[in-house]
Design a protein around this ligand. Sequence first.
Ligand SMILES: *Cc1c(COP(=O)(O)O)cnc(C)c1O
Length: 412
Amino acid sequence: MTLINENYLKLQGSYLFAEIARRVKIFKEENPTAEVISLGIGDVTQPLAPVVIDALHKAVEDMASAETFRGYGPEQGYDFLREAIVNTIYKARNTDIAADEIFVSDGAKSDCGNIQEIFGSDNVIAITDPVYPVYLDTNVMAGRTGEYIADKGIFENVVYMPCTAQNNFLPQKPTQHVDMIYICCPNNPTGTTMTKDQLAQWVKYAKENNAVLLYDAAYSYFITEDDVPRTIYEIEGARDVAIEFRSFSKTAGFTGMRCGYTVVPKTVMGYTKSGEKQALNPLWNRRHTTKFNGTAYIVQRAAEAVLSAEGQKQIQATIDYYMNNAKIIRQGLSDAGIEYFGGVNAPYIWLKAPNGMKSWEFFDLLLTKAHIVGTPGAGFGPSGEGYFRLTAFGDTANTLKAVERIKTNLNF
Ligand SMILES: *Cc1c(COP(=O)(O)O)cnc(C)c1O
């Protein structure tokens, strides 16, 4: 009899996007002439930067002759890319990260999901609520949680840190001991961030509690305010307690190219059962080199081009384009009398459904009155109830049109 990993049976179905699709389909069948605009897109829409396209062509040529052909590369990524990451991302922010602390991968989703493998199965995890589901689900799969409690919408043995308007979307320190703390900043889905001082509090907390911060910085390039760190390592002491995940996906339109990286400083420690310190860097190196065979050479050349001076300029233009959409959405919501958060340091706008409406009630209202699709906040965790996510990844003409419809058809 082949036993299965029964932890998988605890997972909740990916109800959110399936349910959105179902409701949109019904609406379209009943209203065949309605032009539905999606402000729910969680994917980029603009093409790759010209320098990236050039680098791809050149790398393809490398593959066409025996002298320059590349087969398996280093699992951790080519030196040219790891060095470019050190220089453009870390040295530029005066942070002290070395190339052998960087592990290039096929994206941050894999890394955020796989990182838990190097930690003990008895560790307690803390997640924000609402949350990017990968952190939680991968720990459910690994058996690090209890059962799902349906009426509360939470798993046993997980510390949820509610982030709502009441606490300015700042996770509060857990009252019980936790070992692994997932923080996504700027946050998906709320679009909110933490200041240097607020993040420093978490670094301090992790130090005092021998915990590790798992810091997802996938949206760091969308930060516009000075007081928000671009990397956790801008915080003093973070090198001792934090692992950082980054991605070219939202930064440079690489969602279909697949390239990200994880920083595991050699100074971040875990403990054996008997209390001996163990650096996490060699453990992650072992895991990565055993289970992963490197990101495609041409993609790494493309990522290197993103990090060039010209590449940085070109991707910034696209990020500015998205952030202008965010501004249009924010202005429109203000005009319609709808309270919102985020959209300043992130491509996400997290609005409060007016008049105490629930997330799905607002979804239906927005769809039927304005023919706009967004994402119900309740789908990201129980504390997302009553909130709603709009994204700035659409094109500007549609965003403008959508906002006009909100202003005309929804007024509070
Ligand atoms: C999009 C996203 C990522 C990046 O995923 P990739 O696998 O690099 O495409 C990571 N974390 C969050 C919170 C995201 O929204």
